[in-house]
Design a protein around this ligand. Structure first.
Ligand code: URA
Length: 318
């Protein structure tokens, strides 16, 4: 195929992906149909706007979207790149055995992000080879008081070589009963968010800051977090995701060693634990405040785009 044809084809595929993700997201917002011309302009690559000289109608939904997105500095981790072919995208979602080695740890050298707490120590005391090593070390854990009321330790699940890791706060009742993370109502929303990004749940890794359910779903206490978070940091070291998505304040504060409110730090990439960490709203919060889903979707698009661009540049250097 001619290079230009290939380029057009891959851009068309990317457009289709974006439109499908957008439709999934609109469905998530409760839309039952889409007016002609109401597509979000930011989902349409520039070339399409150029190709179609007729201006697009921007619906009320679009305006609301634009209003709700305050101008922010570009995330440091955003990478520009060529548009991939669909098959490259599909291949790129799975971590290659030949994936590029990470840069040496930077987080440990950084000053505290918000001047409140130092970043947590990211050097694991033990050189884990696999997630099973970590699970074995945890055993039938009694290190903190949460063990008294738990049914199951919810270790986490997903692809051990995932490019994206989602970290929540701690198991709820359903998770405690099943021994799996995010299987309740918040989990169903998380599944839809993952799918809207173009991934399947099995392709990512999902875990929590604390692995035992706090009684009555209360917020985990500082000593419980301090006991459990080293295992989370070790999981990140083993999985080596491109991005860790911190779901909600507890996950963001644990991963970034800050007390900053989630509303202040969401939607930005931070360097921590040898990877990028992007905080966003917790799905349980989004169930209570659906009007904030738009912001969360903006955050998740950044994650998706970052992961795809990394996958492209890895393919290019292979
Ligand atoms: N909320 C969380 O933070 N984690 C879960 O696993 C489920 C709900």
């Amino acid at each position: 195929m001619h290079a230009t044809d290939r380029d057009l084809r891959s851009r068309a595929i990317e457009l289709i992906r974006d439109v499908r993700a957008y439709l999934r997201y609109l469905a998530e917002l409760g839309a039952t149909h889409v007016e002609e011309g109401s597509a979000s302009r930011d989902l349409l690559p520039e070339w399409r706007e150029r190709a179609h000289s007729s201006s697009m109608t921007v619906g009320d939904e679009e305006n609301a979207w634009e209003r709700s997105t305050s101008p922010r500095e570009a995330p440091e981790a955003t990478v520009e790149g060529e548009t991939p072919k669909e098959e490259e995208l599909m291949a790129g979602k799975r971590r290659s055995v030949h994936s590029v080695e990470r840069q040496p740890e930077r987080a440990a050298e950084q000053p505290a992000l918000f001047g409140d707490l130092p970043l947590p120590s990211t050097a694991p005391p033990i050189a884990d080879r696999t997630l099973d090593d970590i699970r074995a070390d945890i055993g039938e854990c009694t290190r903190c008081k949460l063990h008294r009321s738990r049914t199951t330790i919810v270790f986490g699940e997903g692809d051990p070589r995932a490019r994206i890791m989602f970290v929540g706060e701690g198991p709820g009742a359903e998770e405690d009963a099943q021994g799996r993370p995010f299987v309740g109502r918040a989990g169903q929303l998380l599944n839809r968010m993952i799918e809207a990004m173009g991934f399947r749940r099995e392709e990512v890794y999902i875990t929590n800051v604390v692995m035992c359910r706090p009684p009555s779903n209360r917020t985990p206490e500082p000593d419980e977090i301090a006991t459990c978070e080293p295992f989370l940091f070790r999981k990140i070291r083993v999985i080596k995701p491109d991005v860790v998505v911190a779901l909600g304040a507890i996950a963001a504060q644990s991963l970034l060693g800050t007390k900053a409110p989630i509303g202040q730090i969401r939607g930005r990439f931070f360097d921590a634990h040898g990877t990028k960490v992007l905080p966003t709203f917790h799905p349980a919060f989004l169930l209570r405040a659906p009007e904030r889903k738009r912001e969360a979707w903006e955050d998740l698009k950044k994650v998706r785009d970052y992961v795809l661009s990394r996958s492209r540049s890895e393919d290019a250097t292979r």
